[in-house]
Design a protein around this ligand. Sequence first.
Ligand code: HPA
Length: 274
Amino acid sequence: MIAYKEKVEACVQQIQTLIDGFQPEVGIVLGTGLGGLVEEFDIKYDLAYEKLNDFPLSTVESHKGRLIFGYFNGKKIVAMQGRFHFYEGYDMKTVTFPIRVLKLLGIKALVISNAAGGINPKYNKSDLMILNDHINLMTANPLTGTNINEWGDRFPDMFEPYDTQLRELANQVVKENNLPVHEGVYAAVTGPNLETKAEYKYLSIIGADVVGMSTVPEVIVAVQMKLPVFAVSVVTDLCYEGALKPVQLEEILENARNAEPHLSKLIGGIIQKF
Ligand code: HPA
């Protein structure tokens, strides 16, 4: 555990020397099919994950592996173009390594995006959903094992994991731009297979509006570190009765890409108002 803390701190130091004292205010995690958002950034530093000590590597083709520092809507940001998933075989400490690093780099808020299956029958493909809560169905948790007290509590409270002020800013942006955005509950599963018909039905019964394979470990770590977090899902496939059908990864990626203009407006707007 000490070794983990030292690895995170060494990676932070390495990055700080590479970015010449650039101080990002907001961190952004770009989910499946959503890496194109970086085209809107004024990029100052672009660090490949493989150059960073102990940083994991993306094994999924739809995820690039770059840590990008620059400006978005006038604010200093750092963006992960490519994240890590439990289904890639990484343990939860590795999945959330970059979130620890971003927090120690001094970000004041974290904005997370992901691709997710739509469980709520009111949702359409490429709609956005702001997370107001989650259900963790993953079999592992990034906080198990010896707690590093300097980073946060042993038993962090999860009454309001998604920052209410950031959600308020988001709702202003939604209204101003008339965006197709819902608010709801994200269920996190390990994947990598998609769900069966019975599993989608179960997810609906337990109160999930969307389902995906990421985000929740990152949110748990952010909350533990008292880092305000905002998360948004892009609905990439419809998983309710009447709409459910076999789905290909290409379709998921395409529906994610189609949502990019809205996602960019939403995330860009929040960052501008932050
Ligand atoms: N299930 C789980 N994860 C997903 C899905 C889904 O249907 N779509 C995109 N990510």
